[in-house]
Design a protein around this ligand. Structure first.
Ligand SMILES: [Zn+2]
Length: 258
């Protein structure tokens, strides 16, 4: 891995090399992304990938080549983010990129200010929410948890027991309802059926927080790809389970509202 990183860094300036970002490159970038460069369209000078203004001519840089939401904010790829600090950085960058400041600037700079403002908003919206942050990290690391490839039909192994019990209970409740039984009889049962699922959701939040802390520790000590992958896989598993649990709870809500 070390050698490959080195080779990639050396060749990072060759534009042909940068047409597509592979998972390996992303992994390398996650380890270290200060070594890559972007080119200033105003003066032609080079600038580190994560700066917003040209170090040479101070003009705003076009958003051609950039890192990711984390590096955009000058943050490392960690899951624990101080909300107040993030907001502070957002406000500062927001002011710096504001299109009003570029009213009389060149078209290239005006466009750059719009692009940087828009990307900043997307980045902030994503990073400020802990769950969206985890989803984004997984996507960035080439392991997206969304999309539900199997349409959410596959029951996560760790939830089999709860899902089985819940489905049995729901079947019985539906039968009662179909038979014209008063809501006073089945509603409390439905409410009770929700309790163990909600307990799982609470347990999940804790597990996610623990995994996030483990991930951050790996980033701090610059752990290798293998170690990071183990935690990412666990995170991905939790996210899929989380989606499943939320769907179950939404299903119960629908039954209650019906
Ligand atoms: Zn420049």
């Amino acid at each position: 891995m070390r050698v490959r990183e080195l080779v990639w860094r050396v060749s990072a300036d060759a534009p042909a090399y940068r047409t597509r970002t592979t998972a390996v490159e992303l992994a390398v970038m996650s380890a270290e992304n200060t070594s890559t460069l972007q080119v200033c369209r105003s003066c032609g000078g080079g600038a580190p990938i994560d700066v917003h203004f040209c170090p040479k001519c101070t003009k705003i840089l076009a958003l051609g080549r950039h890192g990711d939401y984390f590096s955009y904010f000058g943050l490392r790829r960690k899951l624990t983010i101080d909300g107040a600090e993030l907001e502070q950085r957002f406000r500062t960058l927001s002011r710096q990129f504001h299109p009003d400041y570029f009213y009389n600037a060149s078209p290239v700079e005006r466009r750059a200010s719009l692009e940087r403002s828009s990307y900043l908003n997307d980045a902030y919206r994503t990073l400020r929410h802990p769950i969206a942050r985890v989803e984004y990290l997984l996507q960035l690391e080439g392991m997206p948890a969304g999309g539900n490839a199997d349409g959410g039909k596959h029951v996560p192994a760790s939830l089999l027991e709860e899902v089985f019990a819940l489905n049995e209970e729901l079947d019985e409740i539906r039968e009662l309802r179909a038979g014209g039984t008063s809501p006073d009889a089945w509603r409390p049962r439905l409410e009770r059926a929700r309790v163990p699922i909600e307990a799982r959701r609470a347990a999940h939040e804790t597990e996610l927080q623990d995994l996030a802390a483990r991930w951050d520790a790996l980033i701090d000590r610059r752990a290798d790809v293998g170690e990071r992958r183990t935690v990412l896989e666990a995170l991905r598993e939790r996210m899929l389970e989380r989606n499943y649990i939320n769907n179950l709870l939404a299903g119960i809500e629908r039954e209650l509202a019906a």
